[in-house]
Design a protein around this ligand. Sequence first.
Ligand code: UT7
Length: 333
Amino acid sequence: MEGDRLKKALLTGVGAAAPTRILTNYDFEKMVDTSDEWIVTRTGIRERHVVEDGMVGTDLALEASRQALREAELSADELDLILLGTVTPDFIVPSSACILQKKIGATKAAAMDVVAGCTGFIYGLATANAFIRSGMYENILVIGVEVLSKLTDYKDRNTCVLFGDAAGAVVVQAAPPDEKRGILSAFLAADGNLANLLHVPMGGTVDPLTPANFERRGQYIKMAGNEVFKSAVREMGEAATLALEKAGCSPDELTLLIPHQANIRIIEATAKRLGLPMEKVYVNIDRYGNTSSASVPLALWEARREGKVKDGDLVLLVAFGAGFTWGSVLVRL
Ligand code: UT7
């Protein structure tokens, strides 16, 4: 994008939140036929955070968003747009973005949810980039938030050990075209042929929730884990490679790769595809499990807090999820 005269989208604030209640692998040993050893070796997960009754996704989103706005030194009423990635909204209608808009007092902001599975935050960030580069908006809040514990079947060992709850948020602001920092490239993709490999079969308009469907546990996430795994390895690698290529960058210029945290083996395969040592890859799946669209902004927030990345560093964000969807954003912080 050398020489283009469009505005740059700068990440000026980051925030995150996770509930305090923790479920460890040992808790799952008491619930289903599993073991800490199986979960750690097959997924890398040791514990995950889950909400107490009464806490909803927009509560977590509010906490993360307030932090991000504080860091950006921006007040909520200066926001032009809220893009909220989630597959676990407070309600089917209205959007969680609108509920957050009210809770945070973003009176001038348009607001919409972005439903793209675990790629929801990346889709939101790429969309924010496009709005800013087009000149339409200056100040955008992008969130990834999930309360997956509400869609998790705690009787199904294939899925229940995987998921957790969290939120992450970034403030994205317009900067002059010659700014060296900001989003350098974005890549998004989808393949609806694979929709049934990872889905919630009931509760939509095709098969609404009825007492009989409830009995069949159709309101919970179903996943053909191994097939999803193979696609994830392929598409995370593709997304990571293409964002770098688009910006004319090579993997060894990266300070850090921040991948979606679904499985440590998928993360390692993505690093290998890029030829990156694991020291250059952020991993927190051991402490949070898979938090879907919250995982990338949560990891970005932690990486900054731990000093693993600082302003000026080149960071690649990449995710894969239900839909299927996959995508990546290359950003100089
Ligand atoms: O967020 C984006 C989308 N999600 C993902 O990217 C997740 C992708 N998938 C995965 O991470 C992995 O496929 C899983 C962790 C879900 C499963 O690992 P796997 O190595 O693919 O195992 P598998 O599904 O092939 O199952 C192997 C065995 C099966 O037993 P049998 O049929 O060989 O006797 C499962 O029943 O492991 C069994 N198994 C378990 N055993 C103990 C499945 N879940 C468990 C469990 N504890 N929790």
